[in-house]
Design a protein. Structure first.
Length: 265
């Protein structure tokens, strides 16, 4: 917990309970949680530290009625950035989002309202996305005369496929509700995304941390490898994870017929 004490956060809030469930809140509701440069630096700090601070799962939520309106367009306009300035800024976005995706701690995004542009890039860096009836997804970059810079070409294309992403960017197409689930933008559609995200975080946090580490970093790393290298890395990771003390106890419970069976309710 000490690792989290000296964090000076202006645009985020961070809480962690005794079970290691952390809640990271986007706290710039007056600006619809648009990502200014300072918020990105805070995301880097928070997600660098949480895995080492004993977090077992994270809920990423937002103040206000919108999850995140993407790049801070007003800051971007007023800064009149040069190409190299914006390139370096994008590298900081990547630093933040890579810390999330590859950090090894499950991150569940509780979505609502606008999840657009860089807001969708942020959401797609989480491991699970939970939407409510009012959540909508878009990539308005084309309309703004911009291009994605926070990993959408990798993560959003991964979720929905290249053709859908190109359509979203060219036409500003908005996805919501069942259609958003069908195309892969979110995995859950519920009445209250925060309640569901917390429930999922608690479920995931009950797994051994080493298993969650493999799930929430290994799969992403292996997707970046050749099939040959991925099968090698998978074997090595499984060698470590599948022989841990925590799995031994669980296997013993199964063998003794006290462990839970995998059955639909
Ligand atoms: C902002 C931003 C922002 C709101 N940057 N300040 N993203 C977009 O193209 C989405 C831009 N935002 C919107 O379309 C709307 O704001 C919303 C649909 C999200 C919300 O609408 P609404 O009516 O609730 O709020 P609003 O009146 O538009 O905005 C309220 C305030 O938030 C206002 O500030 P105020 O000081 O005048 O009160 C807005 O300026 C401010 N605000 N969104 C800055 N995005 C790494 S590259 C990524 C590229 C992208 O992300 S492109 C997509 C950008």
């Amino acid at each position: 917990m000490d690792l989290l004490k000296d964090l000076a956060l202006e645009n985020l809030r961070l809480e962690m309970d005794e079970d290691g469930i952390a809640v990271v809140t986007l706290a710039r509701a007056a600006k619809r949680n648009a990502l200014n440069a300072e918020t990105v630096e805070e995301l880097i700090e928070v997600f660098s530290r949480l895995p080492r601070a004993g977090a077992r799962a994270v809920v990423l939520r937002a103040d206000g009625t919108h999850f995140c309106a993407g790049l801070d367009l007003v800051e971007h306009h007023s800064e009149q950035r040069r190409p190299e300035d914006f390139m370096h800024l994008c590298l900081r976005w990547h630093e933040a989002f890579n810390k999330m995706e590859y950090g090894g701690v499950p991150i569940i995004a509780a979505l609502k309202g606008a999840v657009v542009g860089g807001g969708l890039e942020l959401a797609s860096s989480a491991h699970v996305r939970v939407a409510d009836q009012g959540t909508y997804f878009a990539l308005p970059e084309g309309q703004r005369g911009l291009f994605t810079g926070g990993g959408a070409t990798i993560r959003v294309a991964d979720l929905v496929g290249k053709a859908r992403m190109i359509d979203m960017m060219l036409t500003g197409r908005i996805y919501q509700r069942d259609e958003a689930v069908q195309v892969g933008l979110c995995q859950y559609l519920v009445e209250d995304s925060e309640v569901k995200a917390m429930e999922l975080a608690r479920t995931a946090a009950a797994n051994p941390p080493l298993s969650n580490f493999a799930i929430c970093s290994g799969i992403s790393h292996m997707q970046n490898m050749s099939a040959l290298d991925a099968s090698y890395a998978e074997s090595v990771l499984a060698g470590i994870v599948n022989t841990q003390a925590a799995s031994n106890e669980r296997l013993e419970a199964f063998a003794n017929k006290t462990g839970a069976r995998v059955r639909p309710e």
